[in-house]
Design a protein around this ligand. Structure first.
Ligand code: AMP
Ligand code: GLY
Length: 419
């Protein structure tokens, strides 16, 4: 099969690394890709959201399967556009990707089908939102823009002043554009968070191994929120009992709910869960592989990913064998100093080959390749990843890899995998 993967970060690198192990993968293209991806796939120079170019490219190269990985092209309908031209595509159609694209949609779905999540109200005008916050007078208050907002559309306001500022910036200054036309105000939940990605074929849902993300920039969960500074799999708190509960009360009901709404979900459905004192609840759904969760989940997959993707498209997931490694996997993000704020790029990276020769897998998130060398080109630069017999072993091996890699102003956390 000739495959086109849409996207260009660490997650796409991990997807392509797994797909390239399939004996059926004849040639892989990636758009836009990155420096590290260019070693495994031929990179095409168009944006992940450019549906017209993606369709034209898929036709020109006779692509057999398009894998749409990021949220925005899914929500914009790239899978629908491919299917309209008779091109096979992995990922939900726009009418199912809305489960990530609209928080109002996902909250209403959960309410209608009794899926555990935080209580909420929806507002279309700032005055209504503010008067509700004042009457509730419960802090922290959780304020969410309805639509996609580059992962930044959630504000946890610790007092009325912060809540007022949040409503103003989302609904009036429209910092996330039309995504902020409606807001969801949610009850604040507490407890550890677990990410469970799953394969879906519209009817059947098969959860992958669990993972946990470290979102804050600095050690001990301090500093600003980032796209993720590191991940590990499995989660220590996601016990078989919790997994069974989630399967019966969250995973299966969500997939069945989408089907009854005429929005069959095919692709990867990501469950962001909080294990609260009242049991597991949904924090968010994503309509795709998580980043950087994918970097620790896929290395543990023993089955051919291409076979699983085909089963998701064909509706035969109930007959597809899916096997995982028993061990653990840890990914440490090496970022540009200053990220998630301002940072400089263009610095040469050394030591990648050295780490790779010792069995460390280095996923590229933001790099550029030139003359056989790699240079930094983004906030998150690399995901230094190692498997181990258990979490402690994987943590040690991943940090041994980090020690070998260097670039100017590098920044990474020292406590990935510890929580
Ligand atoms: P989301 O984009 O919906 O995943 O939200 C981003 C982060 O905000 C989550 O990973 C949680 O840490 C936090 N969060 C979101 N909703 C809630 C809530 N209702 N209660 C507490 N924390 C939340
Ligand atoms: N790591 C969270 C996400 O992919 O949205």
């Amino acid at each position: 099969m000739k495959i086109l993967v849409i996207g260009g970060g660490g997650r796409e690198h991990a997807v392509i690394a797994k797909l390239s192990q399939s004996p059926k993968a004849e040639k892989i293209y990636c758009a836009p890709g990155n420096g590290g991806i260019s070693k495994l796939a031929e990179c095409a120079d168009f944006k992940a959201t450019d549906i017209k170019s993606a369709v034209a490219f898929a036709k020109e190269k006779n692509i057999d399967l398009v894998v749409v990985t990021p949220d925005d092209p899914l929500v914009l309908g790239m899978v629908d556009a491919m299917e309209k031209e008779g091109i096979r595509a992995f990922g939900p159609r726009a009418n199912a990707a809305i489960i990530e694209g609209s928080k109002v949609f996902s909250k209403e779905l959960m309410k209608k089908y009794g899926i555990p999540t935080a209580g909420y109200e929806v507002f279309t005008d700032p005055a209504g939102a503010l008067s509700y916050i004042k009457t509730q007078n419960k802090f922290p208050a959780v304020i969410k823009a309805d639509g996609l907002a580059l992962g930044k559309g959630v504000i946890i306001a610790k007092d009325l002043k912060e809540a007022e500022a949040a409503v103003h910036t989302i609904m009036e200054d429209k910092i996330f554009g039309e995504s902020g036309a409606r807001v969801v105000i949610e009850e604040f939940m507490t407890g550890p968070e677990v990410s469970v990605l799953s394969f879906c074929d519209g009817k059947t849902v098969v959860p992958m191994v669990s993972a946990q993300d470290h979102k804050r920039a600095f050690d001990h969960d301090e500093g600003p929120n980032t796209g993720g500074m590191g991940t590990f799999s499995p989660s220590r708190i996601y016990t078989p009992e919790i997994a069974d509960y989630c399967m019966e009360h969250i995973f299966k009901p969500t997939v069945a709910a989408m089907a009854s709404e005429g929005r069959e979900f095919r692709g990867v459905l990501y469950f962001g869960l909080m294990i609260t004192p009242d049991g597991p609840k949904v924090v968010e759904y994503n309509a795709r592989f998580g980043d950087p969760e994918t970097q620790v989940v896929l290395p543990r997959l023993k089955t051919d990913l291409l076979d699983i993707m085909n089963a998701c498209i064909d509706g035969t997931l109930d007959r597809q064998k899916i096997e995982w490694d028993d061990g653990a996997c840890v990914c440490i993000v090496m970022a540009s100093g200053g990220y998630p704020g301002k940072y400089e790029t263009g610095f040469e990276i050394s030591g990648i080959e050295d780490a790779e020769s010792r069995g460390i897998v280095v996923y590229h998130a933001g790099t550029r390749a030139e003359g056989g060398r790699f240079y930094t080109k983004g906030g998150r630069v690399l995901g230094v990843t190692a498997k181990g017999s258990d979490l402690d072993d994987a943590i040690k091996r991943a940090y041994d890899g980090v020690k070998l890699i260097d670039f100017k102003n590098k920044h990474f956390r020292h406590d990935i995998g510890v929580k």
